[in-house]
Ligand binder design. Structure first.
Ligand code: FE
Length: 330
């Protein structure tokens, strides 16, 4: 009898152990997720383990592991990467009222395979000592001859720029988008490997303006507040608004605990988690109804682009890459 009871207890314990555990594969840096995952474990008792790496490498690992993968959730940055994971048939469509109401329509997959969890804007950073008031207007404006020799850009290999160009194709049509990107390339002094290098080049006067993600500006200014750098919000009046993108996540098809995985996503998109999840990286909450940080508030209000559904960022990715290659954007 005693043996029987202990067997039942052991079985119950084993079942529980798998139900109360989740594995996240993520391309986010450990310091951006560690505390929030700890908070979830404290609140719910669900143990979270995670594996970090580059998005493309994690997708390859997931494909290689197949059904044997221990992972429940894939978390990464940029809708382009999330789209790619869904395109590779890795993500399960999730139906959740909470996720549908907390994550705006344009910031999630139309089939529920991934959801944005924080927002970043890809906007113009400029040197106020070198750019006169009124000179900056729109993304298209940076293609004008008057910006010749004044721009710095990040490499076209980065998914952030591929998504930005995908947005331009969607908003302006292929022909006009190509003219714009071609103009940028002609006006560019140097192509850099990352956003921070672009910002430093602008601050040092090597060029006058560049296009970067907002949190890189936030990080750099926190370290060196005296830099001659400012953010500009383009395409505000009678236009489509500033290009925004997300960090986000989806539930894996091979997860053995899809309900638990969905609950974690719902929690991450909820009011309590949103505060720390977005703020730790100086990003914006996924929904305007949630509070933003003092830091991002100080950069001023702007109209974000809402007409470009981020699901399309992935669909137009190939076209964006082709377009950039055609205008020799390195
Ligand atoms: Fe980034």
């Amino acid at each position: 009898m005693l043996k029987y009871i202990s067997l039942v207890l052991l079985a119950a314990f084993c079942l529980n152990a798998s139900a109360d555990e989740l594995v996240v594969y993520t391309s986010r840096k450990e310091h951006l997720i560690k505390d929030i995952f700890k908070q979830y474990t404290e609140e719910t008792g669900v143990k979270l383990t995670y594996k970090t790496g580059k998005a493309a490498a994690l997708i390859q690992t997931l494909k290689a592991e197949g059904n044997k993968s221990p992972a429940d959730i894939f978390m990464t940055v940029d809708a382009g990467n999330l789209w790619f994971a869904s395109h590779e048939e890795l993500l399960e469509p999730i139906s959740s009222k909470i996720l549908r109401s907390n994550v705006p329509f344009n910031l999630r997959d139309e089939k529920g395979r991934w959801f944005g969890l924080s927002v970043r804007a890809r906007t113009i950073a400029y040197n106020p000592k070198k750019v006169a008031k009124g000179e900056l207007t729109t993304y298209e404006g940076l293609a004008d001859k008057k910006w010749k020799g004044r721009l710095c850009l990040r490499t076209s290999k980065k998914v952030y720029n591929q998504s930005l160009v995908a947005m331009l194709i969607s908003e302006l049509g292929k022909k006009r988008a190509k003219e714009v990107v071609n103009g940028w390339v002609k006006n560019t002094v140097e192509i850099f490997p990352n956003d921070t290098a672009v910002l430093k080049a602008v601050a040092s006067g090597q060029c006058d303006a560049g296009i970067v993600n907002t949190y890189y500006f936030g990080r750099l200014m926190k370290k060196s507040p005296k830099l001659s750098l400012k953010l500009f919000w383009p395409n505000q009046d009678n236009s489509y608004g500033v290009h925004v993108n997300v960090s986000g996540a989806g539930v894996l098809k091979t997860s053995k605990n899809k309900e638990g995985a969905r609950k974690l996503l719902e929690w991450l998109a909820g009011r309590k988690a949103q505060k720390s999840f977005a703020q730790v990286n100086m990003e914006y909450p996924i929904n305007k109804l949630f509070p933003e940080s003092e830091e991002t508030k100080a950069w001023g209000k702007f109209k974000p682009n809402k007409s470009f559904n981020l699901s399309s960022a992935g669909k137009l990715q190939k076209e964006a890459i082709k377009l950039m290659r055609e205008v020799r954007y390195k």
